[in-house]
Design a protein around this ligand. Structure first.
Ligand code: FAD
Length: 429
């Protein structure tokens, strides 16, 4: 029997993960991507002679599907994952303190280091601990996380030194715009589930290299090829045709649409025909990253959270190369590159020991206005299947149980592939 021909539209992690599983299940996979780059929102490119990620991407020890995906495409040795959770937190007044997992099982693993955490007084520590113990109730709540924290008496010190630095970057939203349910998921999955769950990890190679390794496993890859529509044909031996610029109409047995909500709505034209009428119920939030090359070599840390700064986290990517990350960056995403570089360089010098007399050699800013998508309250995120036969959706915004992350993207891609494989099996039977 001829292999089923499947088109995957979108070369982000969701599309790549779907393509990989479909290929392994014996399908002939063609990947369509409108950009010249692979990886979607987790990509890299050359800026000013440096190969940079579009933004610093971190995964946690609990992101097992993402880690498996990278290992499957042969890039596992390029992932760095902490042996134990450890985060350095630096304040503008020069206080440096660490949170570090100890040897006790979760949730006791953080107790000793939390007790010594210098950015919180005892009252605030007790408040944070009590709120963390209520993670399950946050997951069931319909409030915003900001309201949920206020109901639990979290003072400004707790917000400044714990909730904002860890939860704003995790969910890429201000505390009062993220849902308590999503934040509760992060508390339970990362902080309380097991002692290894919150370990930080990152790629040691530019992100597009991981995407390229995945794409190399597929049958055909068409870059710079936007798909403009999907035609359902009543006749012919192939049920579905993609519409491409220039009039090309390739036909397929099944299609994975691995696109964010706005692009998916545009491609479908009438999303309701696919049972996806709520695609306009997602808000996008921006992330800005500023890349700084300086003359001081290694500063001797992997990454640190900065308190009282527009930079939430700063990463030492290589000796002399820092990447400053600003999540929920609505205030900054429209600013010119020069202004962002000057701002982040002056912040880095003010907060990082060792940079006081350093000189900036080069800088670049990467801005992603729609870095993540968040469903509005009351919106049900869809699963992979649509109302159209052999048309499935994937994407970090779909109903994976995870917020919009690389982990969610990979889970969604795998679910989409599984839906196509099972539909094929049932039509053969
Ligand atoms: C700066 C930044 C920092 C981030 N940091 C983190 C982090 O630290 N940790 C984390 O887990 N996540 C992070 N994320 C989120 C993470 O990148 C996304 O959740 C994930 O990559 C989304 O993957 P996806 O495949 O669902 O969608 P996308 O990556 O958006 O892929 C969709 C693809 O479809 C293509 N496309 C769109 N329309 C068409 C069309 N008509 N035809 C053909 N192709 C089309 C797009 O070009 C794109 O390549 C970050 C995102 C950004 C932008």
């Amino acid at each position: 029997m001829a292999a089923r021909r499947v088109a995957v539209v979108g070369a982000g992690l969701a599309g790549l993960a779907a393509g990989l599983d479909l290929h392994d299940a014996g399908c002939e996979v063609t990947l369509y991507e409108r950009s010249r780059l692979l990886g979607g929102r987790a990509t890299s490119f050359v800026a000013g002679g440096h190969e940079v990620d579009n933004g610093q991407h971190v995964f946690l020890g609990c992101c097992t599907e993402f880690i498996d995906f990278v290992e499957r495409v042969g890039m596992g040795t390029h992932l760095h994952l902490q042996e134990r959770f450890e985060a350095v937190v630096i304040s503008r007044s020069g206080v440096i303190s660490r949170l570090r997992a100890g040897r006790l099982p979760a949730p006791l693993h953080m107790i000793a280091s939390f007790a010594g955490y210098r950015h919180l007084g005892w009252n605030s520590k007790m408040r944070v601990a009590r709120a963390l113990a209520g993670a399950a109730s946050a997951q069931r709540s319909s409030s915003s996380f900001g309201d949920w924290l206020a109901q639990r008496g979290q003072d400004e010190q707790a917000l400044r030194a714990f909730w904002r630095p860890f939860f704003v970057p995790a969910l890429n939203a201000p505390l009062d715009r993220m849902s308590a349910a999503d934040a509760g998921f992060v508390m339970s999955t990362a902080f309380l589930a097991n002692a290894g769950a919150a370990r930080f990890g990152y790629s040691t190679v530019p992100l597009a290299h991981i995407a390229a390794a995945a794409a190399a496993r597929l049958d055909f890859v068409r870059l710079e090829t936007p798909v403009t529509g999907l035609a359902l044909s009543a006749r012919g031996d192939r049920a579905l045709a993609l519409e491409l610029d220039g009039g090309e109409r390739p036909q397929f047995d099944a299609v994975v649409l691995a696109l964010p909500p706005p692009q998916l709505a545009q491609l479908l034209g009438d999303p309701a025909r696919a049972g996806l009428s709520a695609l306009d119920q997602y808000d996008s939030l921006p992330i800005v990253d500023v890349h700084l090359w300086h003359d001081r070599g290694s500063l001797g840390f992997d990454f640190a959270a900065l308190l009282d700064s527009p930079i939430q986290w700063i990463f030492e990517k290589a000796p002399g190369y820092l990447c400053a990350s600003m999540s929920a960056a609505e205030e900054y995403v429209g600013k010119p590159s020069r202004e962002l570089i000057d701002l982040c360089w002056s912040e880095a010098r003010a907060l990082l020991p060792g940079l006081l007399d350093a000189s900036l050699e080069d800088g670049a800013a990467t801005r992603t206005p729609a870095a993540t998508f968040m469903a509005r309250a009351g919106t049900t995120r869809p699963g992979a299947r649509t109302a159209l036969d052999n048309v499935v959706v994937a994407g970090s915004w779909t109903n994976t149980g995870w917020p919009d992350t690389m982990e969610s993207a990979v889970i969604s891609g795998r679910s989409a592939a599984a839906a196509i494989v099972t539909q094929g099996e049932s039509s053969v039977a």
